[in-house]
Design a protein around this ligand. Structure first.
Ligand code: SAM
Ligand code: GLN
Length: 289
């Protein structure tokens, strides 16, 4: 099969699916399979594709037509102008999460701060910070071993050193050391009952443990904020991504736990997206790294 024949077959399949911008998807998937870029694909229509690669291509196109998200097929996603390897072990990075990383990078700056990213998934937050705050010492945790494997790969791809720890929230941290100056998390925050209302491309393909925030969507905020004081330095900061309509509840949980200087930052759609707060109290326990 030649490149243009493969593309036409793909356009034909995808035109009958719900995929919008399907020409680009078809070109990107072929580029990935042939290990070329999109421009090469478009300028070399007569190149031959081996039968084995043609089969893989048409299978991938059919996966896309059934609703599999593009990053799970091409295994790539750009986030915060950095390249990431993505597979079905991790949530696909959302553009909105760039606001959390941008806020964290501004607050951390060039300080030699200790930073903890809880529920790192693909590692986008930890890697984004490590890349832009060169003096920061970044620890990243997850309770999915497969996600941690993907995050490690992404640290290597982007040439940054991150300390990875496996485990449930703070239980991942065992050793004694400096308290954290920053705790950052984009935890699962969808209400359990709302998962079934999500787009099929999310609920059928993305890891449920990356989405389910318990009955009211706030389980992880309560758990993390309830224990964060033990792990944060005095005047250390906590930063969260939040879902629609959660700002008020998260603010209340923070206030109840003695956090001050609470700020809510909006996303480009003018929705509350990031919450930051300060730990006015000193830390209680020595932990980690
Ligand atoms: N940080 C990534 C991002 O922003 O794209 C992933 C965020 S995803 C919403 C939440 C992550 O938390 C998932 O990778 C999931 O495996 C992890 N997670 C869920 N429960 C956890 C727990 N109890 N302890 C640690 N990580 C957990
Ligand atoms: N923003 C994601 C979504 O809309 C949810 C991510 C999360 O739970 N932190 O599906």
């Amino acid at each position: 099969m030649k490149v243009d024949e493969a593309l036409n077959a793909a356009y034909n399949i995808l035109s009958r699916s719900d995929v919008t911008h399907y020409h680009i998807d078809a070109q990107l998937i072929l580029a990935r399979i042939l290990n070329r870029d999109r421009l090469y694909i478009l300028t070399n229509p007569d190149d031959d594709i081996s039968p084995a690669l043609s089969d893989i291509y048409l299978k991938s196109i059919n996966d896309r037509a059934r609703g599999c998200p593009l990053p799970y097929i091409t295994n790539t996603r750009e986030f915060y102008s950095l390249g990431f390897y993505i597979d079905s072990s991790v949530l696909i990075p959302r553009d909105d999460t760039e606001i959390l990383v941008e806020t964290a990078v501004k607050m951390i700056g060039g300080k030699g701060a200790t930073v903890l990213d809880i529920g790192t998934g693909s590692g986008i937050i930890a890697v984004g910070i490590a890349k832009h705050c060169e003096n920061a010492v970044v620890t990243a945790t997850d309770m999915s071993p497969a996600a941690l494997g993907t995050a490690k790969k992404n640290a290597a791809i982007n040439g940054v050193d991150i300390i990875f720890r496996y485990g449930n929230l703070f239980d991942a941290l065992t050793e004694s050391g400096r308290p954290f100056d920053f705790i950052i998390s984009n935890p699962p925050y969808i209400k359990t009952d709302d998962i079934k209302t999500l787009d099929k491309s999310v609920k059928a393909y993305e890891p449920i443990e990356a989405l389910d925030g318990g009955a009211d969507g706030l389980y992880f905020y309560r758990e993390i904020i309830g224990r964060a004081g033990e792990y944060l330095a005095k005047d250390g900061n906590i930063l969260f991504e939040i879902g629609h309509g959660q700002a008020c509840d998260v603010r209340n949980i923070l206030t109840k736990n003695g956090f001050t200087d609470i700020k809510i930052i909006k996303d480009t759609g003018n929705l509350d997206r990031v919450v930051t707060a300060k730990n006015a109290k000193g830390k209680k326990v020595q932990t980690d790294v």
